[in-house]
Design a protein around this ligand. Structure first.
Ligand code: ATP
Length: 192
């Protein structure tokens, strides 16, 4: 599967943010979107998700492709538990869903945190719930906008190892300020 991005341009108030971006992105790869603050990483991910319209150019996404995302903000339901935040994203309520959600979360968080309201978790723990949700939702493409905010180095390494095992055949795009993240993913750098 391939995502094709051609001649993408975006500006705000006459200021160019993305200028003639051309990329071909393929399944089975991790792409690390690098660039200083304000360079357009979030805007680029929003265009891929269809949440923002480019001024010109196009993104070709094959029909039927499913995407999931970790947004820059956690966008969790604070009064619900991590388990509930994952399970509510899919229709129905099956034992299979519960088991899959638990398996994912146990790889990211301590077991005691799975049934506490998200409002009682630390910032780094919330971030991991948001990552877990993106891994839980059936998807071919996973977009992650600065997913490791609030994670210490050791936790980040563990989380990256787990993301890699879950996404081998998927197309993953991660925006980050840290080149070490790209090295840990063995990812392809995209500079914006
Ligand atoms: N809705 C908007 N209206 C006006 N300007 C905007 C809007 N959204 C983003 N911008 C501007 O576009 C530029 C790129 O923003 P964007 O959030 O894409 O950058 P970023 O690379 O993700 O930054 P960071 O690393 O700080 O998250 C910034 O200068 C920002 O102020």
């Amino acid at each position: 599967m391939e995502l094709n991005i051609r001649d993408l341009c975006l500006s705000f108030d006459g200021r160019s943010v993305l200028s003639d971006v051309n990329l071909s992105l393929h399944s089975g790869n991790v792409y690390c979107l690098m660039g200083p603050s304000g360079s357009g990483k979030t805007s680029f991910l929003k265009i891929l998700l269809g949440l923002l319209k480019a001024d010109s150019g196009f993104v070709h996404i094959p029909v039927g492709i499913k995407m999931s995302a970790v947004f820059q903000e956690d966008r969790l339901c604070e009064e619900f538990t991590p388990m509930e935040n994952l399970i509510m994203t899919v229709p129905g309520y099956s034992r299979e869903h519960r088991e899959k959600a638990k398996e994912i979360l146990l790889n990211l968080l301590p077991e005691e945190s799975l049934l506490r309201p998200v409002s009682t978790l630390s910032g780094g723990m919330k971030r991991r719930v948001a990552i877990g949700r993106a891994l839980f939702v059936p998807s071919d493409v996973i977009l992650m906008d600065e997913p490791f905010t609030g994670l210490d180095h050791g936790t980040k390494e563990k989380v990256i190892r787990y993301i890699k095992t879950c996404t081998r055949d998927k197309l993953v795009i991660i925006s980050t300020h840290h080149s070490e993240d790209a090295a840990l993913f063995d990812g392809t750098l995209i500079h914006v």
